[in-house]
Each structure stands twice: as structure tokens, then as C-alpha cells.
Design a protein around this ligand. Structure first.
Ligand code: FDA
Ligand code: NAD
Length: 426
């Protein structure tokens, strides 16, 4: 038994939604395109799960955040796919792929064949078990990757209101969930191995600013250690978190955000991998010319830095997906993907954006006792990265533009003195 399509998108997340929109803009015909997703619903804007979805008042709910609402395009509801003749094969896991035969085998036993495949399988949460800690399947421990996880988190927050939440991990999930837990009236303790939060991106000075605010909201930070085990009650619920430093934290619920792994396993041994992802060229094409990869799972050349990178952020998922479809539909017209890395977050009333690369020397600017401040990264005499908290639309656009231009920086003290004015005048 089987079906055949011209184009198949494997994975139904953010990248899949933006790829579908681009296909329709470039004249895909009814019945040519299929999206296969393990999730039971049409693609949605995953970032909403750690923000609007967790609000105690008027939370965001599907269908309000189906893709591509994030960029004020059409909102791609199931009806939209139907109207455009795009087949959604939902609640269906692909269990094997054969890129030589151009077929995918679903867990239900169906073979789906393609002429062109776009891999958009994203990533999965790393589990505590992978660090030797048992018990993360307990009912009051949650991860946050998909809508099912987010529903579990909301149910737990509601049932534990006023109680103790332990957040494991000081990255994006940890910081965004800790803020939401506070807003939902839980007592929050964050535990992570680094010296400060968001260690992959923030400087100690930037991290201190946010940590001080979190502390003022009652959040406790336990740094430089990791958990070693859980204590459970007779029903298998976690009651406490034991740390390697010997201390113990009582817990009514636990949220874990300790990083991700890209979903590449179907293609290992069939496609070239790099940086943990599927290696693609500037057209997002893998080592097999009929197979493209986009979003979290793709390792693509970042021209600006002359390096292959795998980025785990929504802007890169959206743009790589659209570029791949453009390259597929108009092979003679397309330039190579020329992407400026862009990350952002929103917690409490804060909002920051970062563009480029956080390597080299750092220059901070602005008012760290107020609400607008930032940093520049300078490497080999050029501006390579820019961070801004509390900026206006024009200011964010200015730091993005300046970072893309990579201007020469001769005097770091002068850059510090000029601060945001530097980006605004480049
Ligand atoms: P994505 O993970 O969105 O989708 C992959 C899809 O493939 C899933 O539907 C999955 O079920 C499916 N799939 C995988 N294997 C399959 C198989 N074998 N068979 C069938 N289907 C399969 N970024 C940012 O820049 N700003 C932000 O604020 C946030 N916020 C944020 C919050 C939360 C809670 C998360 C989890 C992530 C973010 N991100 C983010 C990151 C951002 O959401 C992420 O980069 C994109 O979702 C990546 O899009 P993809 O389409 O590549 O993967
Ligand atoms: P992350 O990589 O941002 O952070 C992982 C954190 O795990 C590290 O900061 C570290 O503190 C911690 N850690 C690692 N090993 C640990 C251990 N053994 N014990 C305790 N802590 C440990 O990953 P994440 O926060 O899990 O986020 C998952 C994914 O979701 C990422 O791809 C991220 O980009 C994405 N995301 C992005 C945003 C955003 O861009 N605003 C928001 C939410 C999620």
C-alpha cells in the first residue's frame, strides 16, 4: 500500500509551515505536496509554547498560533491546507527512509514516495536519563518541546499553584519557563551547572542583570551543580531533587530544559552529517540531490562567518524553509542562502534580540540599571555580534544592519562610548 507525491515535507513543525506557504506562492499544484508529522495537528509556532501558552490569563491556544501568524502572513489552519490541496498526514511517525529508492515508511506501514524530500524533523529534548538520572517519566516532571508537553506543564502549574517548582537547566527553556512559573505563583528554584544563566550567549554582566530581576521575583539560583537523583512518594511522584553538591530541594513539580538533539537518525548512514545535523549546501540541499534539510536539523553554510552552523532558532527555521522551496521551484534563479543568525527572547516585560556571532571581545553599552542596554562582540577587528535589551523596532533593525555589514572597529573604548548611536549611524 502506498501513495506518491512530487514533494514531501517530513516533519510538521515551524519549518514545514513556512515551506508550505512558499510552495503555494511559487505555484505548487493541488495534490503535489504532502506533509507528514508525528504531531496530531497542523504546523504551529512552537515559540508560543513557552510564552503566551503559559499565561494564567487569556492564554494563547490553537488555532491562534498556527504558522505563519508570527510574521503577519496568513495563518495556516487545517482548512488552509485543504483549500490549497496540500495533504496533511498527521499523527504519523516515519520509522524508516530510503533515499536511494525515494521512499518513507510510516509506523502504520504505509510507504510514501517522493521526487523531492524536505527533511524538517527538528529536534527532541535531551532526557535526564542520558545524564544518568532516572525518573524523568514521573507524572510531575516535564520537558517542553511540543503541544502535548505544554499541556502537561499547564496542568502541573495549575495543580501545584503556591508550591515548589524546580527548573533544571539555565538555557532558553529554563529562563522562559521559570518566568512563567513565577507568573503562575509557584516558588521557583533554578539549577544549572554554569556560573550564570544563558551561558551559551550571555556575558556575565548581561546574565547578572536578568538574574537580579528574577531574584527580585523570588527565584532562587543554584549554580555550578547538577542534579544526581530524585526522591519519589509511594505513587511514583517526585517529592525532592537531590543535587551533586549534597543539597536537597523539595519539589511539587520539575521542569527540565537541558538542551536538544536534532532528529537525524532516519538518515544516518545515508546522508552526510555535520555539527550533529544534516549537512546541506547554500541551496539547503543535502549530499543526496533529491533531499533538502531545513530548520533545527540542518547544518548549513553561514556565508557571513564562512562556516557551517546548525542553529536552533525559529527565524532560521522559517527562512531556511522558504529558501529551500525557492531553490527547488526555481533552480536557475536562486542565490545561495545568506543568513544573519538572529535569536530573541521575551520574559516578564523584558525583550531582547541578538544578531550575528558572540565571539571575540565584548563591549557593553547603555544603562544596566535601567531598561535599555546592550553589547557588541568584536572579532579580528570587526563587529560580529550585537545584543540589545529594550530596543525599539528601528533600533533592532539598526543593530541587525550594522552586524551584517561587519564594520571595522579600531577603538573599543570609542565603540563603548557611542553605544547604540554607533549602530544607528553605520
Ligand atoms: P520543529 O521541532 O518545529 O518541528 C519538527 C517536526 O517534525 C515536529 O512536528 C515533529 O513531531 C516532527 N517529526 C520529527 N521526527 C519525525 C518522524 N520521524 N516522523 C514524523 N514526524 C516527525 N526559537 C526562537 O528563535 N525564539 C523563541 O522564542 C523560541 N521559543 C521556543 C520555545 C519552545 C518551547 C521550543 C521547544 C522552541 C523554541 N524556539 C524558539 C526554537 C524554535 O521553535 C525551533 O528552532 C523551531 O521550532 C525549529 O523548527 P523545525 O521545523 O526545524 O522543527
Ligand atoms: P539550551 O541549550 O538553551 O540550554 C541547555 C541548558 O541545560 C544549559 O544552559 C545548561 O544550563 C543546562 N544543562 C546542561 N546539562 C545539564 C545537566 N546535566 N543538568 C542540569 N542542567 C544542564 O537548551 P534548552 O533551554 O533546553 O532549549 C531547548 C531548545 O529550545 C533549544 O534549541 C533552544 O534554542 C530552543 N528554545 C529557544 C528559545 C528562544 O530562542 N527564545 C526559547 C525556548 C526554547
Amino acid at each position: 500500500m502506498g501513495r506518491a507525491f512530487v514533494y514531501v515535507i517530513l516533519g510538521g513543525g515551524v519549518a514545514a509551515g513556512y515551506a508550505a506557504l512558499e510552495f503555494t506562492k511559487r505555484g505548487v499544484r493541488r495534490g503535489e505536496l504532502c506533509i507528514i508529522s508525528e504531531e496530531p495537528l497542523a504546523p504551529y509556532e512552537r515559540p508560543a509554547l513557552s510564552k503566551g501558552f503559559l499565561l494564567p490569563e487569556a492564554p494563547a491556544r490553537i488555532p491562534s498560533f498556527h504558522t505563519c501568524v508570527g510574521i503577519n502572513e496568513e495563518r495556516l489552519t487545517p482548512k488552509w491546507y485543504k483549500e490549497h490541496g496540500i495533504e496533511l498526514v498527521l499523527g504519523t511517525r516515519v520509522k524508516s527512509a530510503d533515499v536511494r529508492r525515494k521512499t518513507l515508511l510510516t509506523a502504520a506501514g504505509e510507504t510514501i514516495s517522493y521526487k523531492i524530500l524536505i527533511i524538517a524533523t527538528g529536534a527532541r529534548s535531551l532526557k535526564l536519563e542520558e545524564f544518568g538520572v532516572k525518573g524523568s517519566d514521573a507524572e510531575n516532571v516535564c520537558y517542553l518541546r511540543d503541544l502535548a508537553d505544554a499541556n502537561t506543564l499547564v496542568d502541573l502549574m495549575q495543580s501545584c499553584s503556591g508550591g515548589n517548582a524546580v527548573v533544571i537547566g539555565g538555557g532558553y527553556i529554563g529562563m522562559e519557563c521559570a518566568a512563567s512559573l513565577v507568573i503562575n505563583k509557584l516558588n521557583v528554584t533554578m539549577v544549572f551547572p554554569e556560573a550564570h544563566c544563558m551561558a551559551r550567549l550571555f556575558t556575565p554582566k548581561i546574565a547578572t542583570y536578568y538574574e537580579e530581576y528574577y531574584k527580585s521575583k523570588g527565584v532562587k539560583f543554584i549554580k555550578g551543580t547538577v542534579l544526581s537523583s530524585f526522591d519519589f512518594d509511594s505513587n511514583g511522584k517526585v517529592t525532592a531533587v537531590n543535587l551533586k553538591d549534597g543539597s536537597q530541594l523539595p519539589a511539587d513539580m520539575v521542569v527540565v530544559g537541558i538542551g536538544i538533539r536534532p532528529n537525524t537518525s532516519l538518515f544516518e548512514g545515508q546522508l552526510t552529517l555535520e555539527k550533529g545535523g544534516i549537512k546541506v549546501n547554500g541551496r539547503l540541499q543535502s549530499s543526496n540531490s533529491s533531499v533538502y534539510a531545513v530548520g533545527d536539523v540542518a547544518a548549513f553554510p553561514v556565508k557571513l562567518f564562512g562556516e557551517t552552523r546548525r542553529l536552533e532558532h525559529v527565524d532560521s527555521a522559517r527562512k531556511s524553509a522558504r529558501h529551500a522551496v525557492a531553490a527547488i521551484m526555481e533552480p536557475n534563479k536562486m542565490d545561495e542562502f545568506d543568513y544573519l543568525p538572529f535569536f530573541y527572547s521575551r520574559v516578564f516585560t523584558f525583550s531582547w534580540q541578538f544578531f550575528g556571532d558572540n565571539v571575540g571581545e565584548v563591549v557593553h553599552y547603555g544603562d544596566f540599571s535601567g531598561s535599555t542596554f546592550g553589547a557588541y562582540w568584536v572579532s579580528k577587528g570587526h563587529l560580529v555580534g550585537s545584543f540589545l535589551e529594550g530596543g525599539t523596532k528601528e533600533e533592532y533593525e539598526a543593530i541587525a544592519k550594522a552586524t551584517r555589514m561587519k564594520p571595522a572597529i579600531e577603538d573599543l573604548a570609542e565603540l563603548e562610548r557611542q553605544g547604540l548611536v554607533f549602530a544607528l549611524s553605520v
